[in-house]
Design a protein around this ligand. Structure first.
Ligand SMILES: Cc1ncc(COP(=O)(O)O)c(C=O)c1O
Length: 397
């Protein structure tokens, strides 16, 4: 039996690749995993009681786009966080986490042809891997745009040739960025929106780390859209409770955007989507309404960031993330690349990190991630400190 050609070149996902790289090698110490971006802080203590109180909801098919109460809570959060009013009836859809929506929204909104040509979808490189699969599934060519130290770890879409920009149907932007931790300033987002208006493409803003930052709350794409008078149909934001509320297993997030684009997203989802179960929608509603647990979470990250800065004080190339919870560390001299650094670290100390190249693609100009490792700052603080200290001494000592 044949399989689709368009997915045949997909690399293995990052975590199986890491297992193949290091699992057959002995660990050089008690294993400490700093690979996956899975929050480990406690989630709010009212989650269980909310599920218990709404248990009968498991006996019903949930509404595709979220209950009116949940959509109102999301619109309320967008209003409080970004000062932007969106209509919960037409501009919000509850989804199973941003990953689902980042995939589906591209397929639902990106046309098959642009000016008679195969379209392109722009994305940063390195990047959260679903963007590329969404682009391919929509029939577009992914264009990987380096987001390196030289570009402030954000993709320089303005530098792309006009013929590429004219074929673009969508551009992903991730802020705070996974893996580099860069936050897109408001003027960067404003220039991206002007580019989108000029070349007629949509901006798909992955903001799932928006509530984890070291100084100021990151600017949001909807706020910039409003401030610049950009067509609301051009911009979609994606967020979830995975990082904000330490509920990655809840699988609950949202996509919000212009009513026409959202009608397409909702329509496609009504055929193929798996709506979030009603008791979990009730938890979600409560979580979007509550900021207290989000502040407590941020305080825990602030403490981790302070500790991390102390451990890495004076190490060249070290930078705390502006947002999100990953360190994006250049490999030290003596290691050929991120894979070599990950193997050395595992076999000498038992610390597991992800080679940067597993999050980025080879391009004609090289692979912008292959000289980096990604380190997740999610473990409990004492374990994290032990892991970071071993990492520092092994790679940068
Ligand atoms: C940049 C980025 N986007 C999206 C996601 C998906 O998160 P979720 O589907 O849990 O909202 C992740 C998860 O790690 C991520 O790092």
């Amino acid at each position: 039996m044949a399989f689709p050609e368009r997915f045949s070149n997909l690399p293995d996902y990052a975590f199986p690749r890491l297992r193949a790289l290091i699992d057959h090698l002995p660990a050089g110490g008690d294993p400490i995993a700093m690979t996956i971006g899975e929050p480990r802080h406690p989630f709010p203590d009212w989650v269980g009681e909310t599920i218990a109180a709404t248990l009968d909801g498991f006996g019903k098919y949930p509404p595709n786009e979220g209950t009116p109460e949940l959509r109102a809570a999301i619109a309320g959060w967008v209003q409080r966080r970004y000062g932007v009013t969106i209509d919960p009836a037409t501009q919000v859809c509850n989804v199973n986490g941003t990953r689902e929506a980042l995939f589906n929204a591209c397929i639902a909104t990106a046309p098959e042809l642009k000016h008679g040509k195969t379209p392109v979808v722009l994305m940063p490189n390195p990047f959260y891997q679903v963007y590329a699969v969404a682009a391919i599934a929509s029939g577009a060519e992914p264009v990987f745009v380096p987001a390196t130290a030289a570009t402030g770890f954000l993709p320089d879409y303005e530098a792309l040739p006009p013929e590429i920009l004219d074929r673009a149907t969508a551009a992903y932007i991730c802020s705070p960025a996974n893996p580099q931790g860069a936050i897109a300033p408001a003027d960067y987002l404003a220039r991206l929106m002007a580019l989108a208006e000029k070349h007629d493409f949509r901006v798909l803003a992955d903001e799932c780390y928006s509530e984890i930052y070291s100084a100021e709350p990151p600017p949001g794409a909807l706020a910039v859209m409003q401030a610049t008078g950009t067509d609301p149909e051009r911009v979609m934001i994606f967020n979830s409770l995975s990082k904000r509320s330490n509920l990655p297993g809840l699988r609950s997030g949202f996509v919000a955007g212009g009513p026409q684009a959202m009608a397409r997203v909702k329509q496609l989802r009504s055929y193929q989507g798996a709506p979030v179960p009603l008791p979990l929608q009730a938890v979600s509603r409560r979580a979007w309404d509550d900021e207290e647990h989000v502040r407590a979470n941020l305080a825990l990250y602030a403490s981790k960031f302070r500790m991390t800065a102390e451990v890495f004080a004076g190490i060249q190339g070290f930078q705390l993330p502006e947002g999100g919870f990953f360190l994006w560390l250049p490999v030290p001299e003596g290691c050929a690349d991120g894979e070599a650094a990950a193997v050395k670290l595992w076999t000498e100390t038992g610390v597991r990190v992800l080679p940067g190249a597993y999050l980025s693609r080879d391009t004609a100009a090289g692979n912008p991630g292959d000289q980096y490792i990604r380190v997740a700052l999610v473990a409990p603080e004492a374990e994290l400190k032990a892991g970071l200290t071993r990492l520092r001494d092994c790679l940068y000592g």
